[in-house]
Every structure is written in structure tokens, then in C-alpha cells.
Design a protein. Structure first.
Length: 342
């Protein structure tokens, strides 16, 4: 198809911040979020509000806002860490103070195409340290010569994560089959509700969203590309697809089954996470996939190794790396290749 950029960096950069205090981030004025997004190097396309949280669809990915948590995920040549001071400022105006921050991203497909803030791990760690007032440390999980995950973790307050049930799973998928790529091309104008709805339904994502009981805010880009945010009660999901053959990529991130009030029961999330991961991989059928799990230890008994076990049915696991932060929360990354006959 003509006029379609041959390359776009789909791999996202992600900032998650937890706050404590009496305020509510959902009360931050829209103008403030507009500035946060501008500083990141992107813009707001859509906004969806439910009683549990607010989501923003961006020209490069998504922003999720809970009462005391913000998740900013951006792709392309964006610099989300540049917006962190503005997020801190907004939180302070709502009587909230930062409790914990995590910046993370998988290795880029084309690191030389990134802005100077992301040209090297050293540069990224330095801008994180500046944003966090020199609090925190950088980590690399996975092989430096292969698929790896850069993390900057900053704890501003003591947190007993053994009493919390929060977690999120991110499924990052590469080398999409051509028939899957084709479902994310359109002859509709950018932002067309019809074009977005067609992508959601014909790709199979609509079935996953229905299975979660969620509501979708979806968007189709000019000629190709897709994003959506999903509200499934207290759980979110975000999906972003870059279908060009030279750089085909899709990500599906969710905290489906996690809890911010109390602990989920032992083993309670294993069946639903296995089914969710299986459904996502069936939709996209990537040639290779990386799955990450960031989890409070209070949630660990409910999750086990469910996301990774689900992928192992049709993929060969190449490696798994994990690390613990402080005493009671952890991050795990696993890389997989599709089995030849799967």
C-alpha cells in the first residue's frame, strides 16, 4: 500500500507511578493531562471515563488514570519520562505524594532512530534519576545480546507489597503473519469509528473484550495501525498494533484479575490468565513473543506462572529472567519463539 511508512517503532516506553494520600488523580483538570501528554511528545485522541478509572487514547499509545495510579505508555520517538515532573505536580495539587515509580521498556527494533534521551541505557537511566530526584536504580532483565527489558525502579515510600494484590501482564508480539497484519489496514479515514470497529471485530479482539466483560475505546490510524483501551470493571487493557511487514508488532497489556483492595485467593487468577494469554496469542499468532509480569507478592499465589505456562503450549521458551525489588514485589520476563508446527 502506498504512502504507508515502512518503519515505525512500536516497542513502547512505559511509566507507572503509584501515589498515596487523600486525593484522586481523576480530579486533575484535562488541561493538565494535555500538558503531560505534550511533554511526552504525543497527543490525546480520545478519552473514556468510567467510575473505576479514566483512559486516554494517544497518537502514540495510552494513558490510564486511577485514583492513585497513573500508567503512561508511549511508542515511536516519544519521551514519557519528560512528563514525570508534571505528573508529580498534578498529584501534589490533589494532596497526593509519589509512593513508587517504574520506567520500563523492551529493547528497541531501531535504537538509532530514538531521540537522544533514549539513545543509550545510560542516557535513559540519567533522565529517570533526574525526574526522581536521584532516587532509584536501573536494571536489565534478559540477555543483553537478545530480547531484554530495561527497568528503572524508584521507591519513595515504604510499601508492604505482601499485603497488596496488584499485577500486570504485558504481551509483546513480533513478526505477525501477513493475514493478521492485513486486518489492521483500512481504507477508512483516520479516526473512523467504522474502521476501528472493523479492526476490533475482524481481528478477534472483540471476542476477547467481550470475554472480559469490558467496554472498548478503539481507534484506527491512517491506512494502517490500531489502538484501543478497554475498561473491564476495575481492570484495564490496552492494545497497540503496528502492522507493517518490516516492523510488525502488537502489544496487549492488562491487569485483569488484580486487586487494589484485599488479596485475590490462591490460584484464583491462574485459569483466567491462562485463557487470556491463549486468546491473545491465537489472535495475533506472532513469530516471537516476550511476556513480562510485574507483581506484588500478595498477588503471587493467585497467579503462579500462569502467563508463561499458557505461552508454552505453542511456543518454545528461550529464557526467563526475574528480579525482586526490596522484599516483596518482583518482575519477570520470558522470551518465546513459535513452534514450527503450532
Amino acid at each position: 500500500m502506498t504512502d504507508v511508512p515502512a518503519f515505525f517503532e512500536g516497542t513502547e516506553k512505559r511509566v507507572e507511578i503509584d501515589f498515596r494520600g487523600s486525593g484522586d488523580l481523576r480530579n486533575v483538570p484535562r488541561s493538565h493531562w494535555d500538558e503531560v501528554i505534550r511533554l511526552s511528545g504525543t497527543q490525546i485522541l480520545n478519552c473514556k471515563v468510567t467510575k473505576e478509572f479514566t483512559s486516554f487514547l494517544l497518537s502514540e499509545s495510552s494513558l490510564i488514570v486511577y485514583p492513585r495510579k497513573a500508567i503512561l505508555k508511549t511508542c515511536g520517538r516519544t519521551v514519557p519520562v519528560a512528563a514525570v515532573p508534571k505528573i508529580f505536580e498534578a498529584a501534589k495539587e490533589q494532596n497526593l505524594e509519589a509512593e513508587w515509580l517504574c520506567y520500563s521498556r523492551k529493547n528497541f527494533l531501531a535504537p538509532h532512530e530514538q531521540p537522544e534521551e533514549h539513545q543509550s541505557q545510560e542516557a535513559e537511566i540519567e533522565i529517570c534519576r533526574q525526574a526522581c530526584g536521584k532516587v532509584g536504580d536501573g536494571y536489565v532483565l534478559g540477555p543483553m545480546t537478545g530480547e531484554h527489558w530495561l527497568i528503572y525502579d524508584a521507591s519513595f515510600q515504604y510499601v508492604d507489597s505482601s499485603s497488596r494484590g496488584d499485577f500486570q501482564v504485558d504481551i509483546m508480539m513480533y513478526d505477525l503473519p501477513k493475514d493478521v497484519q492485513a486486518k489492521f489496514y483500512t481504507d477508512q479515514p483516520e479516526g473512523s469509528a467504522e474502521g476501528a470497529r472493523k479492526m476490533t471485530q475482524e481481528s478477534g479482539l472483540g471476542g476477547i473484550i467481550e470475554w472480559t466483560g469490558g467496554e472498548v475505546d478503539d481507534y484506527c490510524f491512517d491506512k494502517c495501525g490500531y489502538s484501543c483501551n478497554v475498561h473491564a470493571g476495575d481492570a484495564y487493557a490496552m492494545v497497540h498494533v503496528t502492522p507493517q511487514d518490516e516492523c510488525s508488532y502488537a502489544s496487549f497489556e492488562s491487569n485483569f484479575g488484580s486487586s487494589r483492595d484485599g488479596l485475590p485467593g490462591e490460584g484464583s487468577n491462574i485459569p483466567k490468565l491462562q485463557e487470556l494469554v491463549t486468546k491473545v496469542l491465537d489472535v495475533f499468532r506472532p513469530g516471537r513473543v516476550t511476556i513480562t509480569l510485574f507483581i506484588d507478592q500478595g498477588a503471587a499465589p493467585s497467579v503462579g506462572s500462569a502467563p508463561f505456562e499458557a505461552a508454552s503450549k505453542t511456543y518454545r521458551r528461550r529464557n526467563t529472567t526475574s528480579t525482586w525489588f526490596e522484599a516483596d514485589y518482583s518482575a519477570v520476563i520470558a522470551n518465546f519463539d513459535r513452534l514450527e508446527n503450532a
